[in-house]
Design a protein around this ligand. Structure first.
Ligand SMILES: NC(=O)c1ccc[n+]([C@@H]2O[C@H](COP(=O)([O-])OP(=O)(O)OC[C@H]3O[C@@H](n4cnc5c(N)ncnc54)[C@H](OP(=O)(O)O)[C@@H]3O)[C@@H](O)[C@H]2O)c1
Length: 278
């Protein structure tokens, strides 16, 4: 059933229209109802992008739409959607096709973590994490990148994390999903060289958003004591996407973690991560 829908979804065909209105570029941002996604939407709105905002919380999307349209005179559309649902990305894509939108920038930001022992955690939450952090990200990229290649331009920004650089006991699936995002994005960056389309992996360190609470890490965890501001991370991420960088190691902490994890044995890196996560 889902394969049939996928096959019938005009994958690879160029979208007919220009941007939503006039000649402004258009960005699709997932997880735009708060945290980094909302800040990324604000940065892109300042840069005169029209926006298609996706997340589950319809009210928050609507409030952000009104804020950005009033402040920047851009057009913002919202598509409330649970990306944990199998093939939810196809619904987003059908909306894009139905409205004749040309997506110039795809920001795969939606994601969440969970803290605790793997064997004790709730299975449906674990499965949903892989679905949102990995499958929806991969599927939206698969659906929209062919259009970018066809046009010879387009940008993808995928939210990875400092967690991508080692195994993460007590947040095992989250770390693994972010390693997937980084590896996948880097590989695609190379595949797409010379097509005009670029893929950037943004790897933030701890950032002040709703992440810590939704991952059940307990407020004020040591890791988040010096969390970066979401607005700053969003600015750096958008700048890296605009420059077509492969990887954006946001903050000195992230750079130290990325390089440090190469200098120490993997067994040491994962034990350090375990101490931070427990
Ligand atoms: N904050 C950090 O320290 C940090 C560090 C590195 C990487 N990141 C990554 O940054 C990204 C954004 O996270 P954040 O820090 O901004 O956390 P956040 O404040 O909790 O925001 C998460 C966003 O993802 C959306 N989302 C979650 N589940 C969803 C689902 N099933 N369907 C659709 N949307 C969903 C949420 O919207 P709804 O609830 O409305 O659906 C929300 O807009 C994530 O990929 C995260 O892994 C965060």
């Amino acid at each position: 059933m889902s394969e049939k829908r996928y096959a019938s979804s005009a994958v690879g065909k160029p979208l007919r229209g220009e941007a939503i209105v006039g000649k402004r570029p258009c960005a699709l941002v997932t997880g735009a109802s708060g945290g980094l996604g909302a800040e990324i939407a604000r940065v892109l709105a300042q840069k005169d992008f029209d926006l298609l905002l996706v997340a589950r919380n319809e009210n928050k999307l609507q409030v952000l739409k009104e804020e950005l349209e009033a402040a920047h005179g851009i057009e913002v559309q919202t598509f409330p959607c649970d990306l944990a649902r199998e093939d939810a990305a196809l619904d987003v894509y059908d909306y894009v096709l139905g409205r004749d939108l040309r997506i110039d920038a795809l920001v795969n930001n939606a994601g969440f973590g969970d803290s605790g022992a793997f064997h004790e955690a709730d299975w449906s939450r674990q499965r949903n994490m892989v679905q949102v952090n990995v499958v929806a990200m991969m599927q939206l990229t698969r659906l929209l990148v062919p259009h970018m290649v066809e046009r010879g331009c387009g940008m993808v920004l995928n939210l990875s994390s400092v967690a991508a650089f080692s195994a993460g006991p007590y947040m095992s699936i989250y770390y693994a999903t972010k390693a997937f995002v980084l590896s996948f994005s880097e590989a695609l960056f190379e595949e797409l060289a010379d097509t005009g389309a670029t893929v950037t992996a943004l790897c933030p360190g701890p950032t002040a958003t709703g992440f810590e609470a939704s991952a059940s890490m307990g407020s004020g965890s040591a890791m988040f004591r010096h969390a970066a501001s979401a607005a700053g991370v969003a600015r750096e991420g958008c700048e890296a996407m605009k420059k077509g960088k492969a990887v954006c190691l946001q903050s000195a902490f992230t750079k130290a973690m990325a390089f440090g994890s190469r200098l120490v044995p993997r067994s040491v890196a994962r034990k350090l991560a375990m101490r931070m996560n427990r």
